[in-house]
Unconditional design. Structure first.
Length: 635
């Protein structure tokens, strides 16, 4: 028995000795071979991003997975080092790449859960995983990771490992490295941050998807608090600072930089590019994309929109949101697009996805249809009580002011958005003709051929309303809005070019008469409000539903057509006394005033001339007469 025991003990020690020798042999071989190419640590070259240009050829955003900007360890504040070490690897300067305590703990947890539930990653192991392995959790990969960690510790100093790690660590949203993270979150270098910011950075790396403040701000704040507590317990920060920093802002959300501009449009471009060139190539192959966006106009649109939404939310105590879309009148190129108040809070793009009732913004197409059917803006009708028998009973339309103003021209009825005259005109023209006119211009419906159609009881997307109204300003030609001109590969070859979609859908003559009436509509609005006006001709129309669920303004200058929409995402009322004249119109005016319009006047079809008529009777009068309006009629 004793002999057998000695043999077993000898065999055990021999096996251990052989294992150690094999391990040392493999270790020495790998240290002195090129199995692990450590040049990647010093010679990292990121993939080429796809760059998106504005209409003037300047970069305004890019699509990239890497945002690395290396910083020497000597330039990284000690607070960053402290935060990462206390959170990720307190024994970093005393171990040899692998934490034995961590291994024992993780083995126990993994045995208990019967899966790889917990790793034992030191900072060295994390660096190995970042540079040499994927995220797959297997026992084989874990063993290789530990082995590679020994080799890196053998061949590099602790300072080199830490510097490389801090310049490569992932923070979510395509952000790699502490310098890039600081620039993205706070608009400053890592050299300038304190323990407050360092705590957030260190907290993210455990799970970037879960703790990145751009993705999950609530989780990020809780995680930062945990790290601040660790820093306090290790006596890096005071109790007072710990408490104060827990309630401070995570990132500088209000800082608008080029990369943050037009997030809803950027997302549309991303989705389109992934279908054209593929998701992998988009982030790695160095494409150049010429967009249609006007950077200065977009900036003004975002700023003005933000200010007006805040004003409306404070006034109505409701979650008001909305959209702005501005297109080039001749080409349809999108010059500005705001899809909502906050892309972080909601990626819902209201320009393309919020289908809402048009209200009176449909009336231009009603009157365009009337002109097409041989009617004239000098015709008169009577604003009076009206009762119509429908399949659902007796319907009595009313004006917004609950008054009746008697006889008036169709031009004046459009200018003051009179409901009674609109309904009477629809009954004369025929609902199907109005539907046909609106459909040709780009409103997709569905429509209901009923008298209430005159008041805009049809739903449409803001992009539809903008493109349709633009027909009137663009000589009767429909142009489809677009946002990319061309795409070039890294060699400068154009691999895709926009081919415009345009078609004549109405006669220029009829559109000119309607445009002039809408220009007169703007003149009337100008006389009624105290807004500072733009310095060029403009034509437009407001639209508000009876229960204030939506507010619209759609208007054109000689080169731009722009639609403003306000409403709630749940499509309920925004509250009493919410009118387009005091909400959508001022926002439109604020944006348009910042745009440098080169062309000051509209061009009208030949064979037409302006005349002055009485707004009530339609009779020719002098320019200085009472109730005078200026409209365009055939010569």
């Amino acid at each position: 028995m004793k002999k057998t025991a000695r043999l077993l003990l000898f065999s055990f020690f021999l096996t251990v000795l052989c294992s150690i020798c094999i391990f040392i042999g493999i270790f020495v071989y790998m240290v002195h071979s090129t199995v692990i190419d450590l040049s990647v640590l010093e010679n990292y070259t990121p993939d080429k991003p796809t760059v998106v240009l504005d209409r003037d050829g300047h970069e305004w955003t890019r699509f990239q997975l890497d945002r690395r900007a290396s910083v020497a360890l000597s330039e990284i504040p000690q607070c960053v080092v402290d935060a990462f070490l206390v959170t990720e690897d307190r024994a970093f300067f005393s171990h040899y790449g692998v934490s034995l305590k961590g291994i024992v703990r993780s083995v126990f947890v993994n045995f208990r859960t019967r899966r790889l539930a917990q790793g034992a990653s030191t900072i060295t192991q994390q660096l190995v995983k970042l540079l040499f392995f994927d995220a797959q959790r297997t026992m084989e990969r874990k063993l290789k990771e530990q082995f590679y960690s020994f080799i890196i510790e053998w061949r590099m100093s602790k300072q080199q490992i830490l510097e490389t790690y801090l310049n490569h660590v992932y923070f979510g949203s395509g952000i790699y490295g502490v310098e890039a993270a600081c620039q993205r979150f706070w608009g400053k270098s890592v050299r300038e941050i304190t323990y407050r910011e360092a705590a957030m950075l260190a907290g993210i790396v455990r799970s970037p998807v879960r703790y990145c403040p751009l993705i999950n701000p609530e989780n990020a704040q809780k995680r930062r608090s945990t790290v601040l507590d660790l820093l306090y317990n290790q006596r890096y920060i005071s109790k007072q600072d710990c408490v104060a920093w827990k309630s401070s802002e995570l990132i500088n959300e209000e800082r608008i930089t080029d990369s943050h501009m037009a997030p809803h449009l950027k997302e549309m471009i991303r989705q389109f590019l992934e279908t054209v060139i593929g998701s992998s190539a988009l982030y790695t192959q160095g494409y150049v994309v010429q967009s249609t966006i006007d950077f200065s106009l977009q900036q003004q649109a975002e700023k003005s929109f933000h200010d007006y939404v805040v004003f409306l939310r404070n006034q109505q105590k409701a979650a008001v949101d909305g959209a702005i879309i501005s297109i080039d009148a001749q080409s349809g190129a999108i010059r500005a697009l705001v899809g909502g108040y906050s892309f972080r809070q909601s990626q819902f793009n209201r320009v393309y996805n919020a289908k809402r009732q048009m209200g009176s913004s449909l009336k231009p197409f009603l009157y365009l249809s009337a002109i097409e059917q041989g009617h004239s803006f000098v015709e008169t009708d009577i604003d009076e009580p009206l009762a119509i028998q429908t399949s659902q009973g007796l319907w009595e339309p009313r004006n917004a002011n609950r008054q009746f103003d008697g006889s008036m021209t169709l031009a004046y009825a459009l200018a003051c958005s009179n409901n009674i005259i609109a309904v009477k005109t629809l009954l004369k023209v025929g609902a199907n003709n109005v539907i046909n006119c609106a459909s040709k211009c780009g409103i997709k419906g569905p429509f209901e051929a009923c008298p209430a159609l005159a008041l805009g009881c049809v739903d449409a997307f803001p992009i539809e309303v903008c493109a349709a109204f633009n027909v009137i300003a663009n000589h009767g030609v429909y142009v489809e809005p677009y946002y990319i001109e061309w795409i070039k590969d890294s060699w400068g070859h154009k691999i895709w070019r926009h081919s415009g979609v345009s078609r004549a859908v109405a006669q220029w003559n009829f559109c000119s008469q309607t445009l002039a009436a809408l220009q007169m509509t703007m003149d009337r609005m100008h006389s009624m409000c105290s807004l500072s006006w733009i310095d060029c001709a403009c034509a437009g129309k407001t639209g508000t539903t009876n229960d204030a669920r939506t507010c619209w303004f759609v208007g054109s200058t000689p080169t731009l057509t722009t639609t403003v929409y306000f409403g709630r995402d749940d499509n309920v009322s925004m509250g009493l006394n919410t009118y387009a004249m005091s909400t959508a119109l001022p926002l439109w005016m604020s944006v348009m005033k910042a745009y440098k319009e080169k062309q000051k006047e509209f061009t009208y079809a030949p064979g037409l001339s302006f005349v002055h008529v009485d707004s009530k009777t339609g009779k020719r009068v002098s320019e200085k007469s009472d109730n005078v309006i200026k409209i365009l009629v055939p010569e």
